[in-house]
Design a protein around this ligand. Sequence first.
Ligand code: GMT
Length: 381
Amino acid sequence: MKIGIVCYPTYGGSGVVATELGIGLARRGHEIHFITYKRPARLSHFQTNVFYHEVDTEEYPLFEYAPYETALASKLVDVVKYENLDLLHVHYAIPHAAVAYMAKKILLSQGRYVPVVTTLHGTDITLVGTHKAFKPVVEFSINKSDGVTAVSNSLRQQTHDYFNITRDIEVIHNFVDFERFRKSNKDHFKKAIAPEGERVLIHVSNFRKVKRVEDAVKVFHQVRQKLPSKLLLIGDGPERRNIESLCRELHLCDDIRFLGKQDAIEELMAVADVFLLPSEKESFGLAALEAMACEVPVISTNAGGLPEVNIHGETGFMSNVGDVDDMAKNAIYILSNDEVLNQFRANALEQARRFDISNILPHYESYYETIIKTAVYTTTD
Ligand code: GMT
């Protein structure tokens, strides 16, 4: 198949899933066209069957905000026609589902039909999507997509709860590539991070409020009172300043390293003993899955789709949002005993295997095939 993929090209989970999906499909012989405003972060080198089309947004003195949606719709029309695409797969409902609808209608007016699959990732539904500035457009464009997928059962349910959805939503979970995410020996790095053999806790996110990174710092504060330990904070975002202030207030700066945005997450996971994910909302928790694939147990909340990934008492533990004491107690339990830690590591790996990319990609392929076969060609709506 020839598939166009539209996504946010940043370090966010939806962009990661979209890029890994495209690369994985290309390896299976499909022709993949990424259409976005910047090269996706995980599309780092040449891949056979992968093409990239940059959306050009013109600066013009009249525009206070460059009309990205208009430029993207025009680009989609162009790429579908000239690359002869079979399907458009757009990730994150806002604004991509609405833009794809527009492109589809323009193409239809020229006698060219292309079906659109929209994947819902999380905050496009649970946070921004329900805001009244966006809700009517999000609801309409979900209903008008030819196919809709959600990354967890929880997100599927929430989409039905928040919107008036008149169509089926297929659940296709996030996935992980074990070629890349697996435990490796990084002793030299571990020595640099934890020279006295301290336990290493890790958190990876885009430091948005919804991630509650301050809770990760508070959990670490309690863990460090019981066990010699270090915390690695990977990523960056709007809450960084507040998180730094908290580290200073709690006198933790010597034991917390802010490493910023990183590409080789798997190398950092290799030195970690526990992954912290105290999110207020989390439709799936891709970062937790990547940690588990590297044999790192997860201390998380029970928000959203996390119970579909993290098995309480086996691959880690879950607590209510904000229950820092419980998360700290559970982390201390896992980290206090090598045997316990190793058992949790093994369980984490076994659970992660359920989400191996080679199990999930065929699900996308068969879904695309069904949509291409059954989507209805109409110019009336
Ligand atoms: O988690 C983020 O802040 C990034 C966000 C995104 O949309 O880029 O991630 C969402 O999509 C991921 C991939 O499907 C999911 O694994 C994350 O759980 C989800 N984040 C939230 O729901 C907060």
